[in-house]
Design a binder for this molecule. Structure first.
Ligand SMILES: [Zn+2]
Length: 207
């Protein structure tokens, strides 16, 4: 009721095509190209909502700079990507990649945790109630920003960078905003396997 009223006064604008009426319109949802990436040692499948281009890229850059307006549309895009995971309908725990504390300070909040919470809500709205959030990953040390590093340097930069603060079992899906070489997700998956996870998957906006 309140949402209907708010929508009447401030109609939603599609994050993709700017048309009024939807946060992400049906046409822009069908234009998404969700795809799998499978070349990682410790992680089975990573589902990405699309390539790092177009509105996905600009919306992602926006939330990284603290502009949260595109968050609901990005969450919807990730829910589309979720459907291509082999465990899409099974119980799973979302484990957010920990944002470095200084990034949280710049953005004002933990974007990856917020995306995880949004995705859990969206999946629940779609009828998938057996998804929990388990933020047990922590960074063991300060890591260099990955931007500008090649694949080998990225791997070295992140080697054993993560550990889990608690045991975990069953299926986990690690959430990160962008997958490039996959070093971050792979190192995170390694830590979760050591902590007891049986199957590790990944979900991402762009990759
Ligand atoms: Zn649209």
């Amino acid at each position: 009721m309140l949402n209907d009223f708010v929508n009447l006064i401030f109609p939603s604008t599609c994050c993709g095509c700017k048309k009024l009426g939807h946060i992400l319109c049906p046409s822009c949802i069908t234009k998404l190209r969700p795809h799998e990436r499978n070349t990682f040692e410790y992680i089975s499948t990573v589902a990405c909502a699309g390539n790092y281009s177009g509105w996905l890229r600009s919306a992602l850059l926006g939330i990284k700079e603290g502009d949260a307006r595109a968050m609901p549309a990005l969450v919807k895009a990730m829910a589309v990507a979720w459907q291509i995971l082999p465990v899409a309908n099974l119980p799973a725990a979302i484990v957010p990649i920990p944002s470095a504390i200084e990034k949280i300070r710049v953005r004002g909040s933990d974007t990856i945790l917020k995306l995880s919470q949004g995705l859990q809500r969206e999946l629940r709205n779609l009828g998938h109630r057996d998804v929990s959030i388990n933020p047990i990953l922590k960074l063991n040390r300060v890591v260099q920003d990955q931007v500008g590093l090649d694949a080998i340097k990225r791997q070295q930069n992140l080697q054993d960078a993560f550990s889990a603060t608690a045991r975990i079992s069953g299926t986990v899906v690690i959430l990160d905003d962008v997958v490039t070489t996959g070093s971050t997700l792979n190192e995170a998956a390694k830590a979760l396997k050591i902590a007891g996870a049986q199957k590790v998957f990944g979900i991402s906006i762009c990759g």
